[in-house]
Design a protein around this ligand. Structure first.
Ligand SMILES: Cc1cc2nc3c(=O)[nH]c(=O)nc-3n(C[C@H](O)[C@H](O)[C@H](O)COP(=O)(O)OP(=O)(O)OC[C@H]3O[C@@H](n4cnc5c(N)ncnc54)[C@H](O)[C@@H]3O)c2cc1C
Length: 413
C-alpha cells in the first residue's frame, strides 16, 4: 500500500509528537507512525523538568498535562555520597502558593497525551502499530519509509522529509549510518514503581550514594506515597565493574541507612525494567538528504541529569522550523537541512558541553563530598545551585558551576 505525505515522522514519543505539534498550521500533511499503540509504557524517570515545561507552555499544553495523574515538582533534593542533603524547594522562595515548575508524570500517560494531541491535528494522520523497517531512497535522497502493520502488511509512506524520532534504537539513524553506542557517552538505567515510600517532599530526589557512583539513585514522587525509583550509570562503568544495576538498587533500598526506613513498608508495584540513554556529550549528525533526527535518535540526552524529554521537545521545535524553511525553499537536500545542525549547535551544544563537564566532575566522589560540605557553609554557592535549578534560563549558572576557577575558589579556598 502506498501513502503520500509531505512529512513522515517515525516514532510518536515526545520527539515525534512534538514535531507534529510544532507543524500545526504549517499546511503540511504529516504522517505520524509508531510501532506501538498508545498508551504504552516507556522506561523513564518520568521527570518533566522545567525545560520540558517551558516548551509545553509554548504549545499551550502544560496546564492540560497537569490534569494527568502526577506528582508536582517543586524542586530538587540532592544528597552527597557522605549523606549530606541539600533541598531546593521553590515554595521556600516564592511562598506556599508557588506553582510547580515541573512534574512527575508516568510516560504511559504523558506520551499518550502528547500523541493524542498531535493526532487530533487536522494536518496529521496517526498510524499506530506500524513498525518502520527501511527507508525508501531515490539515489542519495530519502523519499519515504517502509513499515509493517500488525497484520504483517507492508506499507510505503512517501514524503519529502523523514523525521527519525524513533528513540534509542533508531532505525532511521541506523539506515543513514548514524547509529553508535559509545560506552563513554551512553548510560544504562533501571526503573521500578513503588508504593508506600515514606518521607517524600514533592521534589525530585537525586542521591549520589556511594553504591550508585559514578551514577545516581533517584526517587521521583508520584501521587501519595507512590514513586518512580531508579538508578543509572555510564555503560563504560557498568562494563568495567560488571555492575548489576537491579541488584545495586535493591541493596540501596533494603540496606542503605538513608533509605531503608523510607522503603520499610514500600511495595514494588511494577517490574523493574532497564533501558539506555544516548547522551548528548556525543550527539549524532542529525540530518541527511531528506532526513532529520530528533530526541534520542539524535543522541541528545543531558549527560549529567539524564533528562531527555526536554531536549526531545526542543529538537522537535527546531526540526519543525527547518522543515518549514525547506518547504519554502522546495529543497530537501542535506545542504538545506544542515541548518538544523546549526540550530542544535546554537541552542543545545553550550548546555550539553557544560553538563558533560559537570558529569565528569560529579563522578569524582571526593569532589562531590567536598562540594556538598561547602554548600552547607557558603550562601553564595547555595544561591548558585538554587538558581541552576529554579531559574528560567539556567545555562549561565550551570556554566559557572562547572568552571574550574570558580570551583577552585569555592572548594579549596
Ligand atoms: C531509565 C530512564 C530514565 C529517564 N528519566 C528521564 C526523566 O526523568 N526525565 C527526562 O526528561 N528524561 C528521562 N529519560 C530520557 C527520556 O526517556 C528520553 O530522552 C525520551 O524518551 C526521548 O524521547 P524520544 O521521543 O526521542 O524517544 P522515545 O520516547 O523513546 O520514543 C520513540 C518512539 O519511537 C517508537 N519507535 C521505535 N522504533 C520504531 C520503529 N522502527 N517504527 C515505528 N516506531 C518506532 C517507539 O515505540 C517510541 O514510541 C530517561 C531515560 C531512561 C532510559
Amino acid at each position: 500500500m502506498k501513502h503520500e505525505y509531505d512529512v513522515i515522522i517515525v516514532g510518536g514519543g515526545p520527539g515525534g509528537s512534538g514535531t507534529a505539534l510544532h507543524l500545526k498550521d504549517s499546511g503540511l500533511k504529516v504522517a505520524l507512525l509508531d510501532k506501538e499503540s498508545f498508551p504504552r509504557d516507556k522506561v523513564c524517570g518520568d521527570g518533566v523538568s522545567g525545560k520540558s515545561s517551558v516548551i509545553l507552555k509554548q504549545l499551550g499544553l502544560f496546564d492540560k498535562m497537569l490534569e494527568l495523574p502526577h506528582g508536582p515538582g517543586y524542586g530538587v533534593w540532592l544528597s552527597s555520597p557522605k549523606g549530606v542533603d541539600f533541598i531546593v524547594d521553590i515554595r521556600d522562595r516564592k511562598g506556599k502558593d508557588a506553582k510547580p515548575n515541573g512534574a512527575v508524570v508516568r510516560r504511559y500517560d504523558f506520551d499518550n497525551f502528547l500523541f493524542r494531541e498531535a493526532s487530533s491535528l487536522e494536518n496529521v494522520d496517526a498510524f499506530e502499530g506500524y513498525t518502520v523497517f527501511d527507508l525508501i531512497k531515490e539515489g542519495d535522497q530519502v523519499v519515504g519509509v517502509k513499515a509493517r502493520d500488525k497484520d504483517g502488511n507492508v506499507h510505503e509512506f512517501y514524503g519529502k522529509i523523514v523525521v527519525g524520532a524513533d528513540g534509542m534504537n533508531s532505525i532511521v539513524a541506523n539506515k543513514i549510518g548514524q547509529f553508535e553506542k559509545d560506552p563513554d557517552h551512553y548510560v544504562v538505567a533501571v526503573r521500578g514503581y513503588y508504593d508506600g515510600v515514606e518521607g517524600m517532599k514533592e521534589v525530585i530526589e537525586i542521591h549520589f550514594v556511594e553504591e550508585a557512583l559514578p551514577g545516581y539513585f533517584w526517587i521521583f514522587p508520584l501521587e501519595g506515597k507512590k514513586a518512580n525509583v531508579g538508578m543509572g550509570m555510564l555503560l563504560r562503568d557498568v562494563q568495567k565493574h560488571k555492575a548489576n544495576l537491579k541488584d545495586i538498587m535493591d541493596k540501596i533500598i533494603k540496606e542503605h541507612p538513608k533509605f531503608k526506613d523510607r522503603f520499610k513498608n514500600a511495595k514494588l508495584i511494577s517490574e523493574i525494567k532497564g533501558w539506555g540513554l544516548p547522551l548528548g556529550s556525543k550527539r549524532r549528525k542529525g540530518y541527511d538528504n531528506g532526513v532529520l533526527l530528533v530526541g534520542d535518535a539524535a543522541s541528545l540526552i543531558d549527560p549529567f541529569t539524564g533528562e531527555g524529554i526536554g531536549n526531545a521537545l526542543l529538537s522537535s521545535k527546531l526540526a519543525a522550523q527547518v522543515i518549514k524553511e525547506a518547504f519554502e525553499k522546495k529543497d530537501f537536500s542535506k545542504e538545506t537541512l544542515q541548518r538544523y545542525d546549526e540550530l542544535l549547535k546554537e541552542h543545545l551544544d553550550p548546555e550539553l558541553k557544560t553538563m558533560y563537564r559537570l558529569q565528569r566532575l560529579g563522578s569524582i566522589k571526593f569532589l562531590l563530598n567536598l562540594f556538598f560540605d561547602k554548600l552547607q557553609k557558603k550562601p553564595e554557592l547555595q544561591e548558585l545551585v538554587i538558581s541552576t535549578i529554579i531559574s528560567d534560563d539556567t545555562l549561565e549558572y550551570k556554566k559557572k558551576l562547572s568552571d574550574p576557577i570558580f570551583l577552585i575558589k569555592n572548594l579549596i579556598l
